[in-house]
Unconditional design. Structure first.
Length: 278
Protein backbone atom coordinates (compact mmCIF):
# COMPACT_ATOMS: atom_id res chain seq x y z
CA UNK A 1 0.00 0.00 0.00
CA UNK A 2 1.32 3.40 -0.99
CA UNK A 3 2.27 5.61 2.00
CA UNK A 4 3.96 8.60 0.43
CA UNK A 5 7.40 9.81 -0.64
CA UNK A 6 10.68 10.64 1.04
CA UNK A 7 10.52 14.40 1.68
CA UNK A 8 13.67 14.80 3.77
CA UNK A 9 16.72 12.65 4.39
CA UNK A 10 18.88 13.36 7.45
CA UNK A 11 22.19 12.15 8.83
CA UNK A 12 23.65 13.13 12.22
CA UNK A 13 27.36 12.29 12.12
CA UNK A 14 28.06 13.12 15.79
CA UNK A 15 25.64 11.99 18.49
CA UNK A 16 23.48 14.83 19.92
CA UNK A 17 24.82 17.42 17.50
CA UNK A 18 22.83 18.89 14.65
CA UNK A 19 22.93 16.97 11.40
CA UNK A 20 22.86 17.47 7.66
CA UNK A 21 20.24 17.01 4.97
CA UNK A 22 21.09 14.77 2.04
CA UNK A 23 19.72 14.25 -1.45
CA UNK A 24 20.67 10.57 -1.34
CA UNK A 25 22.20 8.09 1.09
CA UNK A 26 23.36 4.52 1.30
CA UNK A 27 21.52 2.33 3.79
CA UNK A 28 23.46 -0.59 5.23
CA UNK A 29 22.43 -3.23 7.73
CA UNK A 30 23.07 -0.81 10.61
CA UNK A 31 21.35 2.22 9.10
CA UNK A 32 22.43 5.21 7.02
CA UNK A 33 26.18 5.28 6.47
CA UNK A 34 27.93 7.43 9.10
CA UNK A 35 24.72 8.33 10.91
CA UNK A 36 25.77 8.71 14.56
CA UNK A 37 29.11 7.35 13.43
CA UNK A 38 30.93 9.39 16.05
CA UNK A 39 30.28 10.61 19.60
CA UNK A 40 32.10 12.59 22.21
CA UNK A 41 33.32 10.40 25.07
CA UNK A 42 33.84 11.99 28.46
CA UNK A 43 37.39 11.41 29.60
CA UNK A 44 36.57 11.33 33.32
CA UNK A 45 33.79 8.73 33.18
CA UNK A 46 34.21 6.97 29.85
CA UNK A 47 30.53 7.61 29.14
CA UNK A 48 29.23 8.71 25.76
CA UNK A 49 28.20 12.36 25.81
CA UNK A 50 24.50 12.83 25.12
CA UNK A 51 22.18 15.82 25.40
CA UNK A 52 19.79 13.41 27.11
CA UNK A 53 21.93 14.40 30.10
CA UNK A 54 21.31 18.15 29.69
CA UNK A 55 22.97 19.17 32.95
CA UNK A 56 26.29 18.02 31.51
CA UNK A 57 25.90 18.12 27.74
CA UNK A 58 23.15 20.56 26.76
CA UNK A 59 25.83 22.48 24.85
CA UNK A 60 26.10 19.70 22.26
CA UNK A 61 22.85 20.94 20.73
CA UNK A 62 24.58 24.22 19.83
CA UNK A 63 26.93 22.36 17.48
CA UNK A 64 26.40 20.65 14.13
CA UNK A 65 28.39 18.09 12.19
CA UNK A 66 28.84 17.13 8.56
CA UNK A 67 30.87 14.32 7.01
CA UNK A 68 32.53 14.29 3.60
CA UNK A 69 31.67 10.73 2.60
CA UNK A 70 30.50 7.28 3.60
CA UNK A 71 33.86 5.65 4.28
CA UNK A 72 35.26 4.88 7.73
CA UNK A 73 38.13 7.36 7.27
CA UNK A 74 35.85 10.23 6.22
CA UNK A 75 36.55 13.67 7.66
CA UNK A 76 34.00 15.15 10.06
CA UNK A 77 33.59 18.92 10.33
CA UNK A 78 32.03 20.30 13.52
CA UNK A 79 30.80 23.88 13.69
CA UNK A 80 29.32 25.89 16.53
CA UNK A 81 28.93 29.24 18.28
CA UNK A 82 31.43 32.07 17.86
CA UNK A 83 32.55 30.76 14.46
CA UNK A 84 33.86 27.54 15.99
CA UNK A 85 34.98 25.04 13.37
CA UNK A 86 37.19 21.97 13.64
CA UNK A 87 37.83 18.91 11.51
CA UNK A 88 38.82 15.44 12.65
CA UNK A 89 41.91 15.78 10.47
CA UNK A 90 43.15 18.41 12.96
CA UNK A 91 45.40 16.63 15.48
CA UNK A 92 44.13 19.05 18.17
CA UNK A 93 40.44 18.40 17.52
CA UNK A 94 39.88 16.66 20.88
CA UNK A 95 41.49 19.51 22.83
CA UNK A 96 39.51 22.11 20.90
CA UNK A 97 36.25 20.22 21.44
CA UNK A 98 37.03 19.88 25.15
CA UNK A 99 37.56 23.63 25.43
CA UNK A 100 34.35 24.34 23.53
CA UNK A 101 32.15 21.92 25.50
CA UNK A 102 33.75 22.75 28.85
CA UNK A 103 34.60 19.12 29.72
CA UNK A 104 37.54 16.91 28.73
CA UNK A 105 36.33 14.71 25.87
CA UNK A 106 37.64 12.66 23.00
CA UNK A 107 35.88 11.96 19.70
CA UNK A 108 35.11 8.24 19.52
CA UNK A 109 34.29 6.22 16.42
CA UNK A 110 31.33 3.84 16.56
CA UNK A 111 32.41 0.24 17.03
CA UNK A 112 35.61 1.24 18.81
CA UNK A 113 34.02 1.76 22.23
CA UNK A 114 31.19 0.03 24.05
CA UNK A 115 30.14 2.75 26.44
CA UNK A 116 27.01 3.83 28.26
CA UNK A 117 25.30 7.19 28.07
CA UNK A 118 23.33 8.94 30.82
CA UNK A 119 19.67 9.67 30.09
CA UNK A 120 17.53 11.96 32.25
CA UNK A 121 13.75 11.59 32.19
CA UNK A 122 11.63 14.54 33.38
CA UNK A 123 8.92 14.22 35.99
CA UNK A 124 5.98 14.00 33.61
CA UNK A 125 2.96 11.71 33.48
CA UNK A 126 2.72 9.75 30.26
CA UNK A 127 6.41 8.85 29.84
CA UNK A 128 7.53 5.23 29.93
CA UNK A 129 10.22 6.35 32.42
CA UNK A 130 9.70 9.40 34.61
CA UNK A 131 11.68 11.45 37.14
CA UNK A 132 14.91 9.48 37.06
CA UNK A 133 18.31 9.19 35.43
CA UNK A 134 19.58 5.96 33.85
CA UNK A 135 22.80 4.75 32.29
CA UNK A 136 21.84 3.05 29.02
CA UNK A 137 23.80 1.23 26.30
CA UNK A 138 23.83 2.64 22.80
CA UNK A 139 22.22 0.77 19.89
CA UNK A 140 20.04 -1.24 22.26
CA UNK A 141 18.16 -3.15 19.56
CA UNK A 142 20.42 -2.95 16.53
CA UNK A 143 24.00 -3.46 15.38
CA UNK A 144 26.70 -1.79 17.45
CA UNK A 145 27.93 0.08 14.39
CA UNK A 146 26.64 3.50 15.42
CA UNK A 147 25.83 5.57 18.49
CA UNK A 148 22.06 5.53 17.93
CA UNK A 149 20.04 5.13 21.11
CA UNK A 150 17.91 2.22 20.02
CA UNK A 151 17.21 1.32 16.40
CA UNK A 152 18.96 1.63 13.06
CA UNK A 153 16.60 4.19 11.49
CA UNK A 154 13.96 6.65 12.69
CA UNK A 155 11.05 7.66 10.45
CA UNK A 156 8.55 10.48 10.92
CA UNK A 157 5.52 11.43 8.80
CA UNK A 158 4.42 14.89 7.75
CA UNK A 159 0.95 13.92 9.00
CA UNK A 160 2.32 13.54 12.53
CA UNK A 161 4.23 16.83 12.31
CA UNK A 162 1.11 18.68 11.14
CA UNK A 163 -1.07 17.02 13.77
CA UNK A 164 1.28 17.94 16.62
CA UNK A 165 1.54 21.52 15.33
CA UNK A 166 -2.26 21.80 15.37
CA UNK A 167 -2.45 20.41 18.92
CA UNK A 168 0.33 22.66 20.20
CA UNK A 169 -0.09 25.93 18.24
CA UNK A 170 2.09 27.91 20.66
CA UNK A 171 5.04 25.56 20.21
CA UNK A 172 7.69 25.51 17.50
CA UNK A 173 7.07 22.05 16.04
CA UNK A 174 10.14 21.55 13.90
CA UNK A 175 11.71 18.38 12.53
CA UNK A 176 15.01 19.33 14.20
CA UNK A 177 13.50 18.64 17.63
CA UNK A 178 12.91 15.00 16.75
CA UNK A 179 16.01 14.07 14.72
CA UNK A 180 14.50 11.56 12.24
CA UNK A 181 16.47 10.03 9.40
CA UNK A 182 13.51 9.99 7.01
CA UNK A 183 10.61 12.42 6.84
CA UNK A 184 7.83 10.81 4.82
CA UNK A 185 5.43 13.10 2.97
CA UNK A 186 2.09 11.42 3.60
CA UNK A 187 0.05 13.91 1.57
CA UNK A 188 -3.42 14.59 2.94
CA UNK A 189 -3.23 11.93 5.66
CA UNK A 190 -4.07 13.18 9.16
CA UNK A 191 -3.31 12.02 12.67
CA UNK A 192 -0.32 10.16 14.07
CA UNK A 193 -0.32 7.70 11.18
CA UNK A 194 3.20 6.39 11.83
CA UNK A 195 1.86 4.11 14.56
CA UNK A 196 -0.09 2.21 11.91
CA UNK A 197 3.18 1.11 10.28
CA UNK A 198 4.52 -0.77 13.33
CA UNK A 199 4.95 -4.46 12.54
CA UNK A 200 5.00 -3.90 8.78
CA UNK A 201 7.80 -3.94 6.23
CA UNK A 202 8.07 -0.83 4.09
CA UNK A 203 9.72 -0.55 0.69
CA UNK A 204 11.57 2.64 -0.21
CA UNK A 205 12.62 3.27 -3.79
CA UNK A 206 13.93 0.38 -5.84
CA UNK A 207 15.74 -1.66 -3.22
CA UNK A 208 15.51 -0.66 0.44
CA UNK A 209 13.21 -2.58 2.77
CA UNK A 210 12.77 -1.56 6.40
CA UNK A 211 10.92 -3.41 9.15
CA UNK A 212 9.06 -0.97 11.38
CA UNK A 213 9.94 -2.33 14.79
CA UNK A 214 8.35 0.01 17.34
CA UNK A 215 6.93 3.41 18.11
CA UNK A 216 9.57 6.01 18.97
CA UNK A 217 9.26 7.05 22.60
CA UNK A 218 10.19 10.67 23.27
CA UNK A 219 12.35 12.17 26.00
CA UNK A 220 13.80 15.37 27.42
CA UNK A 221 15.69 16.24 24.20
CA UNK A 222 12.45 17.31 22.49
CA UNK A 223 12.05 20.04 25.11
CA UNK A 224 15.53 21.59 24.89
CA UNK A 225 16.59 24.71 23.01
CA UNK A 226 18.58 23.88 19.88
CA UNK A 227 19.62 26.16 17.08
CA UNK A 228 16.86 28.73 16.66
CA UNK A 229 14.33 26.57 18.55
CA UNK A 230 13.51 27.68 22.10
CA UNK A 231 13.18 25.45 25.14
CA UNK A 232 9.61 24.14 25.28
CA UNK A 233 8.25 21.45 27.63
CA UNK A 234 4.82 21.74 26.04
CA UNK A 235 5.93 19.70 23.02
CA UNK A 236 6.55 16.63 25.19
CA UNK A 237 3.53 17.30 27.40
CA UNK A 238 1.27 17.38 24.34
CA UNK A 239 2.63 14.07 23.08
CA UNK A 240 2.20 12.56 26.54
CA UNK A 241 -1.50 13.46 26.43
CA UNK A 242 -2.35 13.09 22.76
CA UNK A 243 -0.12 10.30 21.42
CA UNK A 244 0.50 7.56 23.93
CA UNK A 245 1.47 4.38 22.09
CA UNK A 246 2.81 1.00 23.15
CA UNK A 247 6.58 0.99 23.37
CA UNK A 248 8.96 -1.92 23.74
CA UNK A 249 6.63 -4.03 25.85
CA UNK A 250 6.99 -1.49 28.66
CA UNK A 251 3.52 0.01 28.35
CA UNK A 252 2.13 3.15 26.79
CA UNK A 253 4.32 6.22 26.48
CA UNK A 254 4.56 9.56 24.71
CA UNK A 255 5.65 8.64 21.17
CA UNK A 256 6.33 10.41 17.90
CA UNK A 257 7.44 8.62 14.76
CA UNK A 258 8.66 5.04 14.51
CA UNK A 259 11.85 3.00 14.67
CA UNK A 260 12.97 0.58 11.97
CA UNK A 261 15.56 -2.10 11.28
CA UNK A 262 17.03 -2.76 7.86
CA UNK A 263 15.85 -5.87 6.01
CA UNK A 264 17.46 -5.01 2.67
CA UNK A 265 19.94 -2.19 2.20
CA UNK A 266 20.57 -0.03 -0.83
CA UNK A 267 20.22 3.58 -1.94
CA UNK A 268 17.55 6.03 -0.79
CA UNK A 269 16.84 9.35 -2.46
CA UNK A 270 14.57 12.28 -1.74
CA UNK A 271 11.42 11.70 -3.78
CA UNK A 272 11.50 7.90 -3.52
CA UNK A 273 8.12 6.25 -3.08
CA UNK A 274 7.37 4.53 0.22
CA UNK A 275 4.87 1.71 0.55
CA UNK A 276 3.99 -1.08 2.94
CA UNK A 277 4.43 -4.62 1.70
CA UNK A 278 1.25 -6.59 1.17
Amino acid sequence: MYIGTVQELWRYPVKSMGGETLDAATVGSGGIDNDRGWALQESATGKVASAKNPRAFRALLEYAATVDGPTADATVTITGPDNFSVQTSDVRHAARLSDAIGRPVTLARAGEVDALYESEWPDMEGLVISNMSLDLPVAMSTEKTSFVDLAAIHLLSTASLHTLAALAPESAVDVRRFRPNLVIDTGHATGFVDAEWVGHDVEIGDSVVLRISDNATRCVMTTLAQGSLPQDRNVLKTLAVENQQEFGGLGRSACFGVYAEVVTGGSVRVGDEVSTRT
